[in-house]
Design a protein around this ligand. Structure first.
Ligand code: CP
Length: 337
């Protein structure tokens, strides 16, 4: 890993940077701050690389294989992990559950063990079960990176969200103190929010979660954030507003075996009245404040197109930064550096 050159405002630069490297990246809750900073600094190094997009940017992982084990759908995470591994010179093994023997009942662990037997150095795991990546990590001897597990964590999303905020506010040292980040909407179901809260809090940001009580219950305060229900009161105070998708796919009839999905919101109009980021609300944001969304977006529900595509939006920067952060994560975990 690179040396950490911290230039935090008011803090003395380190003389002897620690050697920090993670074998697995399963979450940001409880992560060592030096590991987090090392990943972010390394991601910044990749972001500043000016070589042509598409070419391997370095060959540190040449001869290694990274397997994308996606048991749940993805656009951004999967493609950016593939691109990140390719830019590091690694071979990429793509696995999609819908075209695999998972459809015949094979378990996640059997799937992982069989893929490992073919000789992979790192598995990138996405699954709908919370704890799935950690469970696989307990059974395999290669590196494991959590690419989103149920409602639990999405650590590389947390990294890219921190990276994007630091980039937007020119916090070269990744010190986020003095910044207020509002996370709005379906927080309860959000692994993105859990990783963002853990990582941003560690770096000094103030976190406020906002939503209806079913989506932003007070119990979330145990994560280290505040919980509010009046979005309009928070809009002018936030430096970054991170809108979350209403996760229709995670709401189902509680009856055992029921397939029926039930809507997590009583009405779109009521939800929008309270919690949508509309142009009117965006106009009341602080000068310089930014709009974020991890994607995929429900345009016209939690965020309006004029805001998502507007001048405050850093949503596509988030997607771009995902590649750099995932390069840093893979490089750190595979350790061939
Ligand atoms: N933000 C995110 O995880 O998007 P995907 O589901 O498309 O990977």
């Amino acid at each position: 890993m690179p040396k950490i050159a911290r230039t935090s405002r008011g803090a003395a630069a380190r003389k002897t940077p620690p050697v920090v490297r993670a074998r697995n990246l399963l979450g940001l809750q409880g992560i060592d701050k030096d590991v987090l900073l090392s990943l972010l600094v390394r991601a910044r190094g990749f972001s500043l690389d000016t070589r042509a997009v598409g070419a391997p940017w370095n060959h540190s992982l040449r001869g290694t294989t990274v397997a994308n084990l996606f048991f749940e759908d993805s656009t951004r995470t999967r493609t950016s992990f593939s691109m990140a591994a390719a830019r590091l010179g690694a071979n990429v093994l793509e696995f999609g559950a819908s075209t695999s023997s998972v459809s015949k009942g094979e378990t996640l662990i059997d799937t992982a063990l069989n893929v490992q037997a073919m000789g992979v150095n790192c598995m990138v795991v996405r699954a709908k079960q919370s704890g799935a990546a950690a469970m696989i990590a307990n059974h395999v001897n290669c590196a494991v990176i959590n690419a989103g597990d149920g409602r639990h964590e999405h650590p590389t999303q947390g990294l890219l969200d921190i990276f994007t905020i630091a980039q937007s506010f020119k916090r070269d040292d990744f010190d986020l103190s003095g910044l207020t980040v509002a996370i709005v909407g379906d927080v309860f179901n959000s692994r993105v929010a859990r990783s963002a809260i853990a990582g941003m809090k560690l770096l000094g940001a103030k976190l406020i979660c906002i939503g209806p009580p079913s989506m932003a219950p007070k119990s979330l305060e145990s994560l280290g954030c505040k919980v509010e229900s009046n979005f309009d009161a928070i809009v002018p105070k936030a430096d970054a507003i991170m809108m979350l998708r209403v996760q229709f796919e995670r709401s189902s009839d509680a009856t055992p075996g029921a397939e029926k999905k039930i809507s997590p919101i009583p009405s779109s109009r009521e939800y929008r009245d309270g919690f949508a980021l509309t142009p009117d609300r965006a106009a009341k944001m602080k000068p310089g404040a930014i709009v974020m969304h991890p994607g995929p977006m429900n345009r016209g529900l939690e965020i309006d197109a004029a805001v998502a595509d507007g001048p405050r939006s850093v949503i596509l920067q988030q997607a771009a930064n995902g590649v750099f952060c995932r390069m840093a994560a893979i490089e750190s975990c595979v350790g061939n550096i």
